[in-house]
Design a protein around this ligand. Structure first.
Ligand code: GSH
Length: 121
């Protein structure tokens, strides 16, 4: 597997961080030809955008998609996105519990708020 990337590309850096965080052995490949718009690179990624992952013959473009692929293929250690998801869930749980189980309380509060005018008669 190889990741076509360039040191100064912020999008490539997003994917490089995931590769390094997971500690997987993925070759860091330079962009062939004279740059991203070179015919050599466009044979790999016709849009000429960096990064591109060559996953043993399957070409994957877009840093977010590459990162999701890496997360699925190498779930451990989980990357930042999954840790954020876990953090979001732990914040949602008490919020949801309050909104579901304190409904009578919420209803009485809502009834004290004047309803907005509607166009329906
Ligand atoms: N949405 C793409 C953006 C990729 C992108 O725009 N990369 C820049 C480098 S940071 C690039 O390839 N620029 C070369 C060009 O547009 O010709 C991604 O997330 O991978």
């Amino acid at each position: 597997m190889k990741l076509y990337n360039m040191n100064l590309s912020n999008f490539a850096t997003k994917s490089r961080i995931v590769v390094y965080e997971k500690g997987v052995n993925i070759e860091m490949a330079p962009i062939p030809g004279a740059g991203p718009s070179s015919p050599e690179y466009k044979k790999i990624n016709p849009l000429g955008k960096i990064p591109t992952l060559d996953a043993d013959g399957t070409i994957i473009a877009e840093s977010e998609v590459i990162n999701e692929y890496l997360e699925d293929k190498y779930p451990n250690p989980p990357c930042c996105r999954r840790r954020r998801r876990a953090a979001r869930t732990s914040a949602r749980s008490p919020a949801s519990t309050i909104s579901i189980w304190n409904r009578p309380c919420a209803r009485s509060f809502r009834s004290s708020i004047p309803r907005p005018a509607t166009t329906r008669s």
